[in-house]
Design a binder for this molecule. Structure first.
Ligand code: HXC
Length: 518
């Protein structure tokens, strides 16, 4: 073969590899409303930036007559490219090749790019669309998964890992996405479960559809496994690109600060009237978030899960931050098991990747009751406490209204190494709310009074307590609050604080690892 013929052969082989499992299967994929593995990569990466690895890898199995079918690339497309000019490593599972099922060599391809990403300190993006372990490969496939899991674990907190689920993701295969920082599921065609509907029926008798067991709705609202439920694959891809705007390449770098056109000295008069006079009246904390951040841009994470706490990324004068805010609009913003877990994981994500945390507090306390106690609110609430206390990134806390009891401590208080703790004049920082406090303090006296007298006495005492204790001034007297600020100046004060904290240096005592209450 002369050199021209050799080049021709290379081009032909590349063409063959690009066809994956064949045109029929590509058509089937499209008919289901799904893009192919390659199309997804094209959509995600900067134009023409994709450098493919291991296009000529084939499986080595001879069982079940598989030696007759050796598709080039073996069911997963791997490589690197750029997103907004920044290098990322990526794998995209190709359902057209044996249902995207994972073989030994397929796993090796994924491990290769994960190893490179770790060496280079760049994010890892995984696009999942697979029937799971390749049945014909047996335990070698299981070993392949475990090799990937091990790398997910080693990469955790070192480089950002983002998973998109655009097809099936079943059995133990779900644990690779679960080990990553962010899971995005497309509304249609995607599902995740450890055990599918058929086995579920056999073992437990429960008759349940695939969507109800592990669809995007379920994981975005009930289990919290999915951070995002995207309307379609296009939105899922955009979310990956957007998320990377707030994250650095790795744990040794800072997130990129961009030029903002939203004035850093913007006064927001509306905020002076945003807290209702009646302390029991809810309001939407997202209105406050949208007011204070750059250009009203807030990338909310876990939007449909544990809505009593709001988390997500935003920027202040171009500086990326993570925001954690109690949501008075939902369950009065109470902390419960799901909210604690949701926020704790996010605080740790921010801390891993040097993203400062802004906390907006309006929390009446922890949700009481046996359901919460039996479910382990003690352990789950401790997660959030631990995450805040362990975090070394700049931490700015603004108490908007209620901050009561244990929840006050948990929500990034001064003693959990909060760097700057401000309160609005509407803040109520105390051990408990007026009613509960008076019932305990004045219980004996109240029991001696006639009902009408007792109600009058109670109201008087409540008012007294409210005036004296349900304010930010006592906390400010002790220096637990650095300043009481006018709500309209909140954006300015946060931006100034972030700039002052940019040089913050705080290192925890070296240890093998902490033992966060899991
Ligand atoms: C080998 C597989 C496969 C698998 C699918 N295929 N899954 N080949 N191993 N795990 C092949 C099919 O034979 C078929 O080949 C092609 O992929 C497309 O599959 P279809 O069934 O035609 O597609 P569809 O109707 O869309 O159904 C998709 C599916 C179904 C729901 C994913 O294929 C399925 O249930 N697959 C098995 C899933 C599973 O139980 N996997 C093991 C999970 S346990 P042809 O040649 O006909 O096109 C696991 C353990 C991981 O993964 C452990 C990690 C620790």
């Amino acid at each position: 073969m002369n050199s021209q013929e050799r080049i021709k052969k290379l081009i032909e082989l590349r063409e063959e590899a690009r066809k994956g499992g064949g045109l029929d299967r590509i058509e089937k994929q499209h008919k289901q409303g799904k893009y192919t593995a390659r199309e997804r990569i094209e959509m995600l990466l900067d134009d023409g930036s994709f450098e493919e690895y291991d296009m000529f890898v084939t499986h080595r199995t001879t069982d079940f007559g598989l030696e007759a079918t050796k598709p080039l690339g073996d069911g997963v497309i791997t490589g690197r490219g750029t997103i907004d000019g920044r290098v990322v490593f990526i794998f995209s599972q190709d359902f057209t090749v044996m249902g995207g099922s994972l073989s030994e060599t397929y796993a090796q391809k994924i491990c290769k790019i994960m190893d490179q990403a770790l060496k280079m300190g760049t994010p890892i993006i995984g696009i999942n669309d697979s029937g799971g372990a390749r049945i014909q490969e047996g335990v070698r496939s299981l070993a392949g998964y475990a090799e990937i899991f091990q790398r997910n674990i080693m990469a955790s907190g070192v480089v950002p890992q983002i998973s998109a689920i655009f097809g099936p993701c079943a059995g133990g295969a779900v644990y690779s996405p679960a080990l990553t920082d962010i899971v995005i599921m497309s509304q249609t065609n995607s599902y995740m479960f450890v055990t599918g509907p058929k086995v579920t029926k056999t073992v437990t008798g429960e008759d349940i559809s695939i969507e109800d067991l592990g669809g995007a709705d379920v994981h975005a609202t009930k289990s919290g496994v999915a951070h995002f439920r995207a309307d379609d694959e296009e939105e899922g891809i955009l979310l990956i690109r957007k998320l990377l705007e707030y994250l650095p390449q790795n744990n040794l770098e800072e997130p990129t600060i961009t030029q903002s056109t939203d004035p850093a000295d913007r006064v927001i008069s509306e905020l002076n009237d945003i807290i209702p006079d009646n302390p029991n009246k809810p309001y939407n904390v997202k209105d406050i978030i949208y007011h204070i951040v750059d250009d009203e841009e807030f990338l909310e994470i876990h939007r449909h899960y544990a809505k009593n706490i709001v988390i997500g990324f935003a920027k202040f004068d171009g500086i990326p931050v993570g925001i954690v805010a109690n949501q008075p609009n939902y369950l009065a913003g109470v902390l419960d098991i799901d909210a604690s877990r949701k926020a704790a994981r996010f605080v740790r994500l921010c801390d891993s990747f040097n993203v400062p945390i802004v906390t907006l507090v309006d929390v009446p306390g922890f949700l009481p009751g046996s359901a919460q106690e039996y479910g382990g609110i003690i352990i789950h609430g401790a997660k959030l406490l631990f995450a805040y206390g362990e975090a070394t990134v700049p931490k700015i806390t603004i108490t908007l209204r209620k901050s009561y009891g244990g929840a006050h401590d948990v929500m990034s208080c001064k003693q959990l190494r909060g760097d700057i703790n401000y309160a609005w004049p509407t803040a109520e920082i105390a051990v408990m709310g007026p009613k509960g406090a008076i019932e305990i303090l004045e219980g004996k006296k109240l029991s001696t009074l006639e009902p009408a007298e007792a109600a009058k006495y109670m109201a008087e005492k409540e008012l007294e307590y409210k005036e004296m204790f349900a304010t930010p001034y006592i906390a400010a007297q002790y220096g637990y609050i650095d300043d009481i600020i006018e709500p309209r100046n909140t954006r300015i004060r946060i931006i100034r604080s972030l700039k002052a904290l940019a040089t913050k240096k705080l290192v925890n005592i070296p240890r093998k690892h902490s033992n966060i209450p899991l």
